[in-house]
Design a protein around this ligand. Sequence first.
Ligand code: DGY
Length: 420
Amino acid sequence: MKISINKAKKTLLGNRRRGYTLPTNNKLYPAQWNWDSGFIALGYSYFNLNFALKEINTLLDGQWRDGMVPHILFHNTKTNYYPNYTAWNCGNKIHSSGITQPPILATILKEILNKNKINKKQLLNIKKIIKKIKKFHEWFIKFRDPKKTGLVSILHPWESGYDNSPIWDEPMNKVKIEKNIKYKRADNKVVNPEFRPLDIDYDRYVTIKNNLRKLKYNPKKVYKSSFFNVIDVGFNSIFLKANKDLVELLDTFGLNKKKIDNYIRVTEKNFLKLYDKKRKTFFSKDIKNNKKIYIPSITNYFLLFADLNNEKINKRLIQNLKKHNLKEKYFFSSIKSNHKSFEEKRYWRGPIWVNCNWFIYKGLKNKDRLFSDKIKNKTIQMLEKKGFFEYFSCKSGQPMGAKNFSWSAALYLDLKLNKN
Ligand code: DGY
């Protein structure tokens, strides 16, 4: 047991650079990623609170003037990652991508504050952080939900973090690939290409990105004209939970919470419109093509994490979740394994991801303690046996993708050491 805790700490420290931490040190992701940094900060908070706060501060140093926090910050420009800073061609103070990622900072910060003693200097710093996070959330409300429906859109699959999930298959099929598109992938030279997205996926990722760039990342214009615009259940669950946590933080620090509070109420109400009573499942919505998306993705269960104020729905979600991975030895597969889109080894089309298990574990804790403990223990066992890899097969537990993966190590520390 001790060995793995030390190994987890060493993994994070080994991936640490000046003020931020790489998702892995195997050259696959040579920059700072938005939600990775959130999980990483939580990991540091178990042994170095200053590193935790520094991780968040560095990420927020790259915040755009309009409030957006980019999905990637390119602190080091001499890497062969694609798309690199020149392909994005944007950023405020720090070169960055022009899209965002799931906003988990408020949730992470609340977790950190719940269990740490904070000194005066750190408190001042934290207040500044909270103001920046608030600006980030207000950016979402203003620009990603212009009609104030309580649900926000993502404009690129990369914004979800679950890049090549089958959730995006239909909207992506509609994206017409740019003529004579030219670029050079680096990811599939570092990791077995069978574990990575396909070339045709990349053609579309790059097509969408190039269009956003052409629109100069103007937040109003991209909402209207991106080739991809989806309201996703998982993403909105994370945002709803983050808004709830943000309200508590604003309260504690005597800051104005009215706007966020009101928004939460609209979200709680309108989320139920994404529930299909006949099928007894939630669906995501392809705004661009006006279509409903029904894919049995584990990310739909992030709703448990959002703590929807509806016991009946929560019960139904738990019932369905118990059937998600019935036949598999390891769980949770990112896609239900009997679904036609399931691929055991390809990135977000089947493998187990530790952050998904973490969201669901946290969401279940106050609803079904026995089940949540089982998820926690199985995840811990898998990591102790297989190591801190990026993702795992639900059939054999085979570890895949990057090794020394920061969020697997960081969330291991939280699962193992969190006393709450
Ligand atoms: C990648 O490069 O695979 C990332 O997921 C994009 O954000």
